[in-house]
Ligand binder design. Structure first.
Ligand SMILES: [Zn+2]
Length: 336
C-alpha cells in the first residue's frame, strides 16, 4: 500500500493527465486508471482537463457487463512467482527454440498505470519516467512523429452508435485502430466483420478486459490467446500483433511477457475521461482532442461514449484540416 501512496504522491507532483483505458461498462471503480494505484492522485492534479475527481463513487450505472472486475490493488500479484521459462537443461537445444523464449522474463512486477503529462497544444506530452527503462524486449509504443495521428478506439465496453461511427470514419476516409475484447466480438461478430470490411486495423485487447497486474502468467497468455482464437474464428485471419493492456495497467514483467508473445503494446498520448458522461456533450471530446493535438498523436477514445461517437465526424475533419494524416499503429515501431 505504501507503494501506492507513494506513487500517488508522485503522480500528484507531476500533475499529470492520467487517463486510463477504461471501458465504460466498467464505469466507476475501474474506470480511472489505477483503480487503486493512482486514484488518490486523480482528485488533485490534471492540469488541463477538469477531471471530475475520482470515479470512485460506484455510480449506480446499470451497466450489466459481466466483467469480473473487482479491481482492487494491482498488488504484487498473488503468489505468482516469476514463472520463468527455465532455460532447458541442454544448452545446445537453443537452436530449435526461439531465442526470446530462452531469455527469462524480468521479475520486476512493479505495477504501473499509463499516463502522460500534457503540454501546450501542439507540443508532444511528456511520458512516464519508467518508459526510459523499457528494453528492446519490451516492445511498446505511445507516440509517433510528424504530421500523423493514430486514432485508437477501445471497444472493450458497450458497442454503441456503431453506424454513426463507421459512417463518420468512412466519410472522412479515416482508418482507425480498434482495440476490441474477445468477449465483445464473440457476442457481436458482425461488429468485427464490419470493422474489418471497412479496412480498419484490429488489435488484441484481451478476451475479458481484466487487469493484467492481477493475473498470473498463464492467465495472461490465455487472455491473449483466447482473443486470437475468436478473432480467427470470425474473420478467418490471424489478428495483427499489436496489443493494449486493459486500463493501461502493466508491469515490466508483463510487458516482456506480452512482447515475448510477439506483441507490441500500444499506449497513448491523448485520452479522456470518456467513460463518464461528458458535461458539455460532444464538445468535450472534441476539445479534449484538439487541445492536445500533436505530432504522432496516439488518441485513445472509447467506443462506449456516445459523445465520442457524436463528435467523431467533426474531430476527423478538424484533424485533417490542421494538416494531419491518420495512420495505423503498425507504422509505430518500438525502439530497438
Ligand atoms: Zn480497454
Amino acid at each position: 500500500m505504501t507503494n501506492h501512496t507513494h506513487k500517488a504522491a508522485l503522480l500528484i507532483l507531476l500533475s499529470v493527465t492520467l487517463v486510463g483505458c477504461a471501458d465504460i461498462s466498467l464505469t466507476a471503480p475501474v474506470g480511472n486508471e489505477s483503480a487503486s494505484t493512482a486514484n488518490s492522485a486523480t482528485s488533485s492534479p490534471i492540469s488541463p482537463t477538469p477531471i471530475p475527481t475520482k470515479a470512485a463513487a460506484p455510480t449506480p450505472t446499470a451497466t450489466p457487463k459481466a466483467t469480473p472486475h473487482t479491481t482492487t490493488v494491482p498488488s504484487a500479484t498473488p503468489g505468482a512467482s516469476p514463472a520463468i521459462q527455465t532455460p532447458t537443461a541442454t544448452p545446445k537445444v537453443a537452436v530449435s527454440t526461439e531465442p526470446s523464449k530462452t531469455k527469462p522474463l524480468p521479475t520486476d512486477r512493479t505495477p504501473y498505470s499509463w499516463y502522460y503529462m500534457k503540454k501546450k497544444t501542439g507540443q508532444v506530452p511528456d511520458f512516464p519516467h519508467e518508459t526510459k527503462s523499457f528494453s528492446s524486449d519490451q516492445k511498446a509504443v505511445w507516440v509517433g512523429t510528424g504530421k500523423k495521428v493514430y486514432l485508437t478506439i477501445d471497444a472493450g465496453g458497450p458497442l454503441i452508435e456503431v453506424d454513426l461511427m463507421l459512417k463518420s470514419l468512412k466519410e472522412n476516409n479515416v482508418k482507425a485502430n480498434f482495440f476490441i475484447t474477445g468477449n465483445n466480438i464473440k457476442k457481436n461478430p458482425d461488429y468485427l466483420k464490419r470493422i474489418v470490411a471497412d479496412g480498419h486495423y484490429v488489435a488484441n485487447h484481451t478476451m475479458t478486459h481484466t487487469d493484467f497486474n492481477e493475473l498470473t502468467d498463464d492467465q495472461i497468455r490465455k487472455e491473449i490467446k483466447d482473443f486470437e482464437v475468436v478473432y480467427k474464428q470470425i474473420t478467418g485471419k490471424e489478428v495483427g500483433n499489436y496489443f493494449r493492456f486493459p486500463y493501461g495497467h502493466y508491469n515490466p514483467h508483463n510487458l516482456s511477457l506480452v512482447s515475448d508473445m510477439g506483441y507490441t503494446s500500444v499506449f497513448w498520448s491523448t485520452a479522456m475521461r470518456d467513460w463518464e458522461p461528458r458535461a458539455n456533450g460532444a464538445e468535450d471530446p472534441y476539445n479534449d482532442i484538439m487541445n492536445n493535438l500533436h505530432d504522432g498523436n496516439v488518441i485513445l477514445m472509447h467506443q462506449g461514449s456516445i459523445e465520442n461517437m457524436q463528435a467523431l465526424d467533426r474531430i476527423c475533419k478538424e484533424i485533417k484540416k490542421r494538416g494531419y494524416e491518420f495512420g495505423l499503429v503498425t507504422e509505430l515501431q518500438p525502439k530497438k
